[in-house]
Design a protein around this ligand. Structure first.
Ligand SMILES: Cc1cc2nc3c(=O)[nH]c(=O)nc-3n(C[C@H](O)[C@H](O)[C@H](O)COP(=O)(O)O)c2cc1C
Length: 192
């Protein structure tokens, strides 16, 4: 179980992990095949293993597996393109944000948790997409969320119906510098 990671000393091979990180991309079309509960729980366990400011864990997740409920959520989420088998709604829990009045840290934490979830999906042969285009109040009512729990991301998940497209990224020289802004050449490795 991924939830055991915090107490485990075993390290997965770096190449395998980096391959998962490098090859993930947004998956918006799904085969409709059901997703086993064990896989769903592994994704959720990966999500809550994410870094979180002051270990506040100001997050909450609702996993939606029943077809009728998936379709209801989808009706209020135009950002979902295909028909996912599962949806995870990732929320900020404002009751745990007392020292973070603007909720900025909590949003960062939630984004990290969602990325973990996306990577766990990909590592298990599933596809997923972070979605922020949805009607939060309608989703809140639909899921009977308490008022302090605010949905911030929706993650549709399923088996990919298409080959994964390689994510297109800006040239690394545009976005990565060494030692100071704009220095794109890596200096020789430091010794000692
Ligand atoms: C904050 C955020 C919101 C997003 N919202 C949506 C969305 O509503 N619908 C959608 O199809 N994709 C959404 N995406 C996915 C991005 O479009 C996608 O990550 C981006 O095009 C890069 O592609 P990649 O994930 O395949 O690398 C969102 C991504 C982020 C980080």
């Amino acid at each position: 179980m991924l939830s055991d990671v915090s107490t485990s000393t075993a390290r997965p091979p770096a190449d395998a992990v980096l391959e998962v990180l490098r090859t993930r991309s947004a998956v918006r079309h799904y085969t409709g095949d059901p997703v086993d509960d064990i896989l769903i729980d592994r994704m959720l366990d990966a999500a809550i293993a994410a870094p979180t400011a002051a270990n506040r864990q100001a997050w909450a997740f609702v996993a939606i597996r029943e077809g009728i409920n998936v379709r209801r959520v989808r009706a209020f989420a135009p950002g979902i393109i295909g028909d996912p088998s599962v949806i995870v709604v990732a929320c900020v829990d404002r009751n745990r944000c007392a020292e973070d009045p603007g909720g900025g840290h909590s949003q960062l934490c939630l984004a990290m948790a969602v990325e973990n979830l996306l990577l766990a999906a990909h590592a298990q042969g599933l596809g997923a997409c972070p979605v922020s285009s949805f009607c939060g109040p309608a989703i809140g009512r639909l899921l009977e969320l308490p008022s302090h729990v605010e949905p911030r991301f929706i993650v549709p998940i399923g088996y990919p119906a298409q080959e994964l497209a390689s994510p297109c990224r800006r040239n690394r020289n545009e976005v990565i510098s060494y030692e100071r802004w704009g220095k794109v050449t890596r200096p020789p490795a430091r010794i000692g």
